[in-house]
Design a binder for this molecule. Structure first.
Ligand SMILES: [Zn+2]
Length: 281
């Protein structure tokens, strides 16, 4: 667990543990001889990924960004992803309970971003955060329901449909302020309606760009995920994100980096974006 402050807010990284994804799927058209210099795949070509949720304590609200993979995967899927479902255990070390969460934000509805939205109680999906209002983009839910053959494996209806039915999940149409100081901004590319979370307090800014910039191995604008539905838009939106994040020194939180959950971004010697760890500041 890592913690820092941003103006009047307190930010805490809460991990759901690690999981493994195919290296080729994560790096798309980037040749393996290049990406394996940054991360070493195992004998099945899988690479280790993190599952970083962000807890924002604003003083008035406790906001949770992303809920990891969760505990509802089938045995077969668990054997593939080797995930650990640790998020709720890690709540204890942060001295917070699921009942204290006021707001949950899902950047998109892929299974590895909203898994702890619900858990199975007597075989039925119930809200893990009983008092929270959950937020997702309307267009993202529409796409999830479409069950397109390209990416239907990434969507598990038990992560969101029960919350829609109960009225606990609210749908946003584009950019919005969710609570004072915490807003969402849409950056299409990974999915049509992927939303980043932007946090502002005391003149400081932090951002959770989710799969627009999943980890520090993907800082180059053209190194986009093979999973992305609109890779050209991912590239353009990474540039758009950097145009604000670099000069304004945003603290960037990486959803899938298992080593460095947050960092500032600088332009390095070769003119490429590089991560600067928070403690070096
Ligand atoms: Zn995703």
């Amino acid at each position: 667990m890592e913690r820092t402050t941003l103006g009047d807010f307190e930010l805490t990284i809460l991990s759901d543990g690690n999981y493994y994804l195919d290296g080729g799927a994560m790096f798309g058209v980037v040749p393996k001889v290049l990406w394996e210099k940054r991360i070493t795949p195992d004998e099945h070509n899988n690479i280790r990924m993190g599952l970083n949720s962000l807890l924002i304590r604003t003083g008035r609200h406790n906001v949770l960004v992303e809920t990891g993979i969760g505990s509802k995967l089938s045995e077969k899927s668990q054997a593939i992803y080797r995930n650990q479902a640790m998020l709720i255990k890690n709540f204890e070390s942060a001295a917070i309970s699921p009942e204290e969460i006021d707001v949950v934000i899902n950047t998109h509805l892929h299974f590895d971003h909203c898994g702890w939205n619900t858990y199975y109680k007597d075989g039925k999906p119930v809200a893990t955060f009983p008092r929270a209002i959950y937020y997702a983009q309307e267009g993202e839910l529409e796409h999830a329901h479409e069950q397109h053959e390209r990416d239907r494996v990434s969507y598990m209806t038990d992560n969101y449909d029960p919350l829609i039915k109960s009225g606990q999940m609210k749908l946003l149409k584009g950019d919005a302020e969710v609570v004072p100081g915490v807003s969402v901004k849409v950056y299409p590319g990974h999915t049509r309606d992927l939303q980043a979370v932007i946090i502002r307090s005391g003149g400081k800014v932090a951002a959770y760009p989710s799969d627009l910039l999943s980890d520090t191995k993907h800082l180059d604008p053209t190194w986009v995920l093979g999973y992305d539905l609109y890779p050209l838009e991912s590239i353009n939106n990474k540039h758009r994100f950097y145009e604000a994040a670099i000069p304004q020194e945003w603290l960037v939180i990486f959803t899938h980096d298992h080593e460095l959950p947050w960092a500032y971004i600088d332009i390095g010697e070769k003119g490429r974006p590089v991560a600067r760890a928070i403690r070096q500041k």
